[in-house]
Ligand binder design. Sequence first.
Ligand code: NAD
Ligand code: MG
Ligand code: MG
Ligand code: MG
Ligand code: MG
Ligand code: MG
Length: 337
Amino acid sequence: MFYEDDADLSVLSGRKVAVVGYGSQGHAHALNLRDSGVDVVVGLREGSSSVAKAEEQGLAVLPVAEAVKAADLVVILAPDQVQRHVYRDEIEPNLKPGATLVFSHGFNIRFGYIKPAEGIDVVMVAPKGPGHTVRREYVDGRGVPVIIAVEQDASGNAWDVALAYAKGIGGLRAGGIKTTFTEETETDLFGEQAVLCGGASQLVQYGFETLTEAGYQPEIAYFEVLHELKLIVDLMIEGGIAKQRWSISDTAEYGDYVSGPRVIDPRVKENMKAVLGDIQNGAFAERFITDQDNGAPEFKALRAKGEAHPIESTGRELRSMYAWIKDTDSDYVEGSA
Ligand code: NAD
Ligand code: MG
Ligand code: MG
Ligand code: MG
Ligand code: MG
Ligand code: MG
């Protein structure tokens, strides 16, 4: 593990950092670096709605090409599916010799969509949490753990630069772990597809459908299969699955042991292996990028189908009636995704 004392922020002094993109990660990196005393400029498309947001926060904003020309570090925080276009059209032709490229996810490097020239340092600092949490934790004096990798080390200095960057965004307050682009990309995609996002969403929807199809009230079903999930996951984060089982009733714990493996049976693990296989062999990446390049018809249809699931309208109504949850991310507008 690497902590604050292992990194030297002065490695970044006298260097200009261009953060390309001002979304979930981009705003957090730009603001945290700025507040750590680093010289930051945000690169955005002309006419982007993010320009005003970044300027309101007191950040300098330039068109991407201009931001890159002046920068010693270029941080690519546009969406993964557009990074290769931005790289080819605006970053590569304007990159200073000896500059460092910084990623927060290895997708475009791992699957060969971006091939940086020799002579460029290529590093990754990937916070293991959503961008809005990365900013919130920093403001509160804490940090979100990061994983750090060096893909290309032309200068011989890439690791020190990556560590300093990780410190600048507050990640080393929590801790950093060394990884590779390949390990980060494959495990990140697997985690979000099989467990965190895909697996958990499908599990919750099936639970909700099972209860409501059996005639139980949707509001009760929502509490039992969605709302309480956070309380359970918080216990897992604090003390592992063991602490979660210690805290719940013996009835719940016994039910966990006897029914968990009935619901998530060994076929699920076989399915997970197939998902991992499609990540490793590039089939997932190709399907995603092909759909995106065609205007994302599959992606948009799947998003619309998810939003139409009855658990969403049930939840919206419950959340508007009760005060037990506040949406802390002001950018998110329900139903607007
Ligand atoms: P996002 O969709 O929230 O924001 C993308 C930003 O890029 C927006 O400001 C958008 O205006 C801008 N943008 C879009 N097209 C552009 C273009 N052509 N030129 C310049 N800017 C453009 O993205 P995100 O979720 O923050 O993801 C950014 C990167 O961070 C990805 O590599 C992602 O995998 C990685 N990452 C994200 C999270 C997360 O919390 N969302 C966590 C870890 C890693
Ligand atoms: Mg998003
Ligand atoms: Mg992840
Ligand atoms: Mg991811
Ligand atoms: Mg219960
Ligand atoms: Mg107990």
